[in-house]
Design a protein around this ligand. Structure first.
Ligand SMILES: [Fe+2]
Length: 251
């Protein structure tokens, strides 16, 4: 399996604090059935330049490859970034923020408000040759209230991601997410792991849960989609359907 969202690189953000945590996370990923991992440290447009970010990321990658050589014999790692959404991104050369060897860029939206220009920026990113993958859509209150927003983002060329722990550990979110998966509004599951405590890597459990509740075919298609994105391909998206809406509520 492929994990497209993780904070495993040591000492660069609020994820793995050192190489020992990185090693334990890689071991947990392997136990869970994951053999390909995108390391996606946070990038904040207003706080640092892309050059500064890339220097830090490359240094952290070297530490990872030096200290976790044993784990990395069985796991392929590619670095990318989790980029906080901003229209200002359109002014930048975004290639260094895309996952290695791909045009895929993990994009994080604000949780406190819905940027009304989201769709427009997603379309424009596509025009710049960037394929957006929207991180943990279940964490945005406006998406959970109206999951049909995702239809517009998908039409704009984006792929969508949900965190494994939101399915496995959050009973309140689970049923809503499973319904979104059945409507094909979610393309991939990823861990967004920060440590063995904060969002532990539970990919295997999440995929098993999807198999049981949404069927083997959907679970397999989601895994295949993540594999293809990791390989730099642009997999065809399944036809997404709108969830029912009545008196302003989406069911
Ligand atoms: Fe993240």
């Amino acid at each position: 399996m492929t994990d497209l969202h993780s904070h495993i690189l040591p000492g660069i953000d609020d994820g793995a604090k050192d190489q020992n945590v990185s090693a334990s996370l890689l071991q947990a990923q392997l136990s869970s059935g994951v053999t390909q991992v995108a390391c996606t440290p946070h990038f904040y447009f207003e706080r640092q330049t892309i050059e500064e970010f890339c220097q830090k990321r490359d240094a952290a990658k070297q530490v990872l490859f030096h200290y976790c050589a044993a784990e990395l014999e069985n796991i392929t790692v590619q670095v990318g970034a989790e980029v906080l959404f901003s229209p200002g991104l359109l002014e930048l050369d975004l290639k260094p923020l895309c996952m290695e060897n791909t045009s895929l860029m993990l994009v994080e939206l604000p949780t406190s408000y819905y940027p009304l220009w989201t769709c427009d920026v997603l379309y424009r990113l596509g025009g710049l040759g960037v394929v957006p993958l929207i991180a943990h859509v279940e964490r945005y209150p406006y998406v959970m209230e109206n999951p049909n927003l995702l239809l517009d983002w998908i039409s704009a060329g984006a792929y969508t991601q949900v965190n494994a722990t939101s399915l496995v550990q959050h009973k309140k979110r689970k049923e809503r997410i499973l319904k979104m998966i059945r409507h094909r509004l979610i393309h991939v599951i990823a861990t967004d792991t920060h440590s063995l405590v904060k969002r532990p890597p539970l990919m295997g459990q999440a995929i098993t849960l999807i198999e049981k509740n949404c069927g083997t075919q959907i679970a397999q298609e989601m895994c295949t989609c993540a594999d293809a994105l990791f390989a730099g391909e642009a997999p065809e998206q399944p036809e997404a359907t709108a969830m029912k809406q009545l008196f302003g509520h989406v069911f």
